[in-house]
Design a protein around this ligand. Structure first.
Ligand SMILES: [Fe+2]
Length: 239
């Protein structure tokens, strides 16, 4: 990919907290490599899902970030920490009044679902988030295998005031052809708001390097990159 990916809104580079990077050295290496390719800002978004990562909660992740942020930022990439919240039954009760989520800037909150089945409470939960003044951003909808190719179900979630985040590697078919086709459909429909790497490993940087964006998708991707930058700026202006 030869476009300027200056701001990433979704990655698993915070080391040692989830299924992403397992060591500080590899995290530093990843940020160095991405910085060489133009990355300036990274939002680190570890999974927050008690069933799979019982030790992860907003406080523990903030503490971990405080330990390593200096080392990570020595790469030249400025970082902030947020979370990728799995939508599970009872999540609204676990985070009363919505005040304690680990959010992205400007009251955005990154949420995800299982790749195998839809969260039963997804619609109730995005309604709840909006009611508490947060803006839900659904991660990688193109990867949810239970949605039909026309993505009509995703559109209904967007209609409930939900933004969508595209995984850039979906466009290269790295998660399979179905995800690639769905990503194209959502992109051409103008339904995405943000772009993320969802980076979990160094090998995915090789995939990023080899990624070719189809010419017809370039303007839409540039718009998403601009939205990413604006989201970062919202953080630095204290919104
Ligand atoms: Fe992720």
């Amino acid at each position: 990919m030869d476009m300027d990916f200056r701001t990433d809104v979704h990655c698993h580079i915070l080391p040692g907290v989830d299924d992403g990077f397992g060591s500080e050295e590899k995290s530093v290496m990843a940020l160095q490599l991405l910085h060489e390719r133009g990355l300036e800002h990274s939002m680190l978004t570890p999974h927050i899902y008690p069933e799979l990562y019982p030790a992860n909660n907003p406080e523990s992740i903030r503490t971990r970030f405080a330990e390593v942020s200096g080392m990570l930022e020595n790469t030249g990439v400025k970082c902030l920490v947020a979370g990728e919240h799995m939508v599970y039954q009872g999540i609204d009760a676990a985070f009363p009044a919505g005040g304690s989520f680990l959010t992205l800037p400007d009251n955005h909150i990154l949420i995800e679902m299982s790749y195998a089945y839809e969260s039963q409470n997804i619609r109730d939960f995005v309604f709840y988030l909006n009611a508490t003044g947060l803006h839900p951003v659904l991660a990688h909808p193109e990867r949810y295998s239970y949605y039909s190719m026309d993505m009509v179900e995703v559109k209904s979630i967007v209609d409930m005031d939900t933004r969508l985040q595209l995984n850039i590697l979906s466009l290269g078919g790295f998660y399979g052809n179905t995800a690639k086709v769905k990503a194209g459909i959502l992109l051409e429909a103008g339904l995405y708001s943000y772009l993320g790497t969802d980076l979990h490993s160094l090998s995915q940087i090789e995939q990023l390097k080899s990624l070719k964006i189809e010419k017809k998708h370039v303007p839409a991707i540039e718009k998403l990159l601009e939205n990413n930058d604006l989201l970062w700026q919202a953080a630095s202006s204290g919104v």
